[in-house]
Design a binder for this molecule. Structure first.
Ligand code: PLP
Ligand code: COI
Length: 335
């Protein structure tokens, strides 16, 4: 194993093991660590045909004191269950989920980027329907696999601002607006619009509400937040965006820092007025947005540096994650 920790981006890098649970005859098994990165599936598995698949994303950090801790794994366990309930998949014990995450992190402890490299161990649980069937109905057999990999920044450049493009140009089904779920289909449908953004030199696509295209919703990879001219933290409240654990944590951190928080409908016309705009999520952490393109219109923010309020939030969040700042809310789970 020879990993250049400071050169890591956000790519799949096989680690020592993953942990797998199978659901059969109405129950989940006890799970086992597995060193293979392959699976064998029937060609008729309904995850492939009908997208009965869901995933999560969370991170483990090597803290200043040398201990490895996981950021809010119970929140991911809860969100996974809420997603899979909608996808007609069997619930997975939240306690067992947290235990499984700890077990796979422990088994791959030497893949956690050391303190000071800025990296983390990305944990990706994925659940798929495996029953061979061609009629549209829920599977009766499932696999839950939790894999891990060391990662660095999602967008090259760390906290350097990136460009975004608003999606309402293509005359196709709205790729977002599918509810509070984190499932394969939502992301596949964002590939084409995101490729349009990338052609225009933008790293991310910003989606508007699917009904009227008037409200700001979220980015393809993350939630949206903005800092108003009078210093408030504003983030969309919408039934069609993913309830981000990072955003929930940032709202708490903002309150702790005496920054007023407004979770409400955000009109696209407000983009003109914001002092700072950012993307937030597990993978992107806080990525400042330097510019948003909407047809001929361009909204400009600081294109060189992260804004002062976003920086305060970023420092507090990463300070807690890497154990530099007291974890007042008990977000960091010991192994
Ligand atoms: N929105 C979308 C579409 C995402 O893919 C993600 C990342 O998982 C988020 C928001 C942020 O969620 P979280 O902060 O829980 O990672
Ligand atoms: C995450 O942040 O964990 C996600 O799943 C988002 C994805 C763009 C990697």
């Amino acid at each position: 194993m020879n990993i250049e920790w400071d050169k890591l981006g956000f790519q799949f890098l096989p680690a020592r093991s993953n942990i797998r649970f199978s659901y059969k005859d109405g129950k989940w098994d006890e799970g086992k660590l597995c060193t293979s990165n392959e699976i064998t599936l029937s060609i008729a598995s309904n995850c492939m045909h009908y997208g009965q698949a869901a995933f999560e994303g969370l991170k483990a950090f090597c803290c200043k004191d040398g201990k490895v801790r996981i950021f809010r794994p119970l929140e991911n366990a809860r969100r996974l269950n809420s997603t899979i309930e909608y996808l007609m998949m069997p619930q997975f014990s939240e306690k067992k989920f947290v235990e499984a995450v700890k077990k796979v992190v422990k088994d791959n402890i030497d893949y956690v980027p050391p303190y000071g490299t800025g990296g983390s161990l990305y944990i990706r649980p994925v659940i798929i329907g495996t029953t061979p069937q061609i009629g549209i109905s829920a599977a009766t057999e499932y696999e839950l696999i939790i894999m891990v990999m060391p990662v660095g920044p999602y967008y090259k450049g760390g906290i350097k601002p990136v460009k975004a493009m608003i999606h309402d140009d293509v005359d196709r089904a709205a790729p977002r607006g599918t509810g509070h779920i984190k499932t394969a289909g939502n992301y596949a449908a964002s590939l084409y619009p995101t490729s349009l953004a990338q052609k225009a030199g933008c790293a991310v696509m910003l989606f508007l509400d699917p009904k009227n295209h008037e409200l700001v919703e979220e980015f393809g990879s993350s939630n949206f937040f903005a800092i108003t001219a009078d210093g408030k933290y504003v983030t969309p409240d919408s039934p069609s965006i993913l309830p981000s654990i990072t955003n929930k944590s940032l709202m708490q951190i903002a309150k702790d820092l005496d920054i007023q928080v407004e979770r409400r409908a955000v009109s696209k016309t407000e983009l003109e007025t914001f002092a700072e705009v950012g993307a937030c999520g597990t993978a992107v952490i806080i990525t400042p947005i330097g510019e948003i393109i909407h047809h001929e219109k361009v909204y400009r923010y600081d294109q060189e540096n992260i804004g002062p309020v976003s920086k305060k939030l970023y420092d507090r969040m990463t300070g807690i994650q890497y154990g530099r700042i007291a974890d007042e809310h008990n977000w960091m789970e010991e192994l």
